[in-house]
Write a protein that binds this ligand. Structure first.
Ligand code: PBG
Ligand code: ZN
Length: 322
């Protein structure tokens, strides 16, 4: 009790502050998302995401070398196909953009973990995360295509498979096909508690994946629910997920905390495009101190319980840390 207890005592000296810090960010915490497109020598900035680019494979490989030289352990890839159709054929084409990108990175960059996002929305002409009958996304039929997509990524050399579609049963479908085809040692990082979120807006610019009609509320979660998130995570673990993800991150810190507390699995959190763009935009306007808010947003995600953070700030954060 005051005056015996003075919590400020440990705050005066910066070295003491460092000594009592409870949470620290390290380079190993980060996963860097990248967007890959067809063509050559392309590096095109995404309008709503300053510092984020669509890159052709040659540029992507250069970027991956840079990422790896900073010590960042992993990237996650999103593809922009040459053409889109009703059933998202390029998603599971062995010559598709992701499959080409993975092969090139694995050949040319040592010591970088390549994670691939598995979903249909970048590849379908309607922009939905699965195959449609009228306006309904068919769950089980979509699972078959997601499994094919995951297998084609593993065959190309992906180190971790990350399904982001939120179909029921897709982790089991992916685990089954990977095991049957000899990829029993490839981990699955499931987007287990993925919310239907307005914060994905800039990503849909970057990945050109905005749905042509409707929204994603029939498969992504309602932002009001957290008990349901625990059920989603539990099912994904039962189906074989090795790492579970909560997405978005900053607005869902309670979900990260509860998932980590309850299951204790390696837990990832995705600081999504809208979280990034808001900090960038306010920073560029001089309304906030961007590096400071960036680090604060990341430490909060770690403090909530995340073991890994997928973030467009990965390179900036790591440069600040060193
Ligand atoms: C694909 C996918 C999305 C994101 C990651 N994988 C978009 C969506 O569900 O619409 C969002 C990532 C971000 O906003 O940074 N299903
Ligand atoms: Zn999708």
């Amino acid at each position: 009790m005051f005056p015996t207890t003075r919590l400020r005592r440990l705050r005066y000296n910066p070295i003491i502050r460092d000594m009592v810090r409870e949470t620290t960010l390290e380079v190993n915490d980060f996963i860097y998302p990248l967007f890959v497109c067809h063509g050559e020598k392309i590096k095109k900035q995404v309008g709503s995401m300053p510092g984020v680019y669509q890159m052709s494979v040659d540029k992507l490989v250069e970027e991956c070398k840079d990422v790896s030289s900073l010590g960042i352990p992993a990237v996650i890839l999103f593809g922009i196909p040459k053409s889109k159709d009703e059933v998202g054929s390029e998603a599971y084409d062995e010559h598709g953009i992701i499959q080409q990108a993975v092969r090139s990175i694995k050949k040319e960059v040592k010591n970088l973990v390549v994670i691939t996002d598995v979903c249909m929305c970048e590849y379908t002409s309607h922009g939905h995360c699965g195959v449609l009958k009228d306006e309904e996304i068919l769950n089980d039929e979509t699972n078959e295509l997601l499994a094919k997509e995951a297998l084609s990524h593993a065959k190309a050399g992906a180190d971790i498979i990350a399904p982001s579609d939120m179909m029921d049963g897709r982790v089991a479908a992916i685990r089954k096909i990977l095991d049957e085809k000899g990829f029993q040692n490839i981990p699955i990082m499931s987007y287990a508690a993925k919310y239907s979120s307005g914060y994905y807006g800039p990503f849909r610019d970057a990945a050109e994946s905005t749905p042509k009609f409707g929204d994603r509320r029939s498969h992504q979660m309602d932002s009001a629910n957290v008990l349901e998130a625990l059920r989603e995570v539990e099912l994904d673990i039962q189906e074989g997920a090795d790492i579970v993800m909560v997405k978005p991150a900053g607005p869902y810190l309670d979900v990260i905390y509860r998932v980590k507390e309850k299951f204790g699995l390696p837990t990832a959190a995705y600081q999504v495009s809208g979280e990034y763009s808001m900090i960038k935009a306010a920073g560029q306007n001089g309304w906030i101190d961007e590096p400071r808010v960036m680090m604060e947003s990341l430490i909060a995600i770690k403090r909530a319980g995340a073991d890994m953070i997928l973030t467009y700030f990965a390179k900036d954060a790591v440069k600040l840390l060193s």
